[in-house]
Design a protein. Sequence first.
Length: 88
Amino acid sequence: GIRLTVDSRLPSVGYQIKMQRVLNHCFWLLSFLVLESNTIFFLVMKRDWDRDFTDNIDFGAAFFAFLYNLYIIIIYYSGIPATKNKLK
């Protein structure tokens, strides 16, 4: 889908590796949020958990997502190499 479209249009290999890393982090963050949301839905609808308690879990997941977005921004704008191995 959209990720393959973005990857194919990136100008250089170094930038492409960095952008691919950012996109991978975003993918895992969205996967976590979907899994958390489905789990909370199951707990509320099928296991009759208290909504106030699950709202706190949602708030914690949203706060984690915010912090993880800050981490992604730091990776993107800092000089952290995209790979641990340096090309020679």
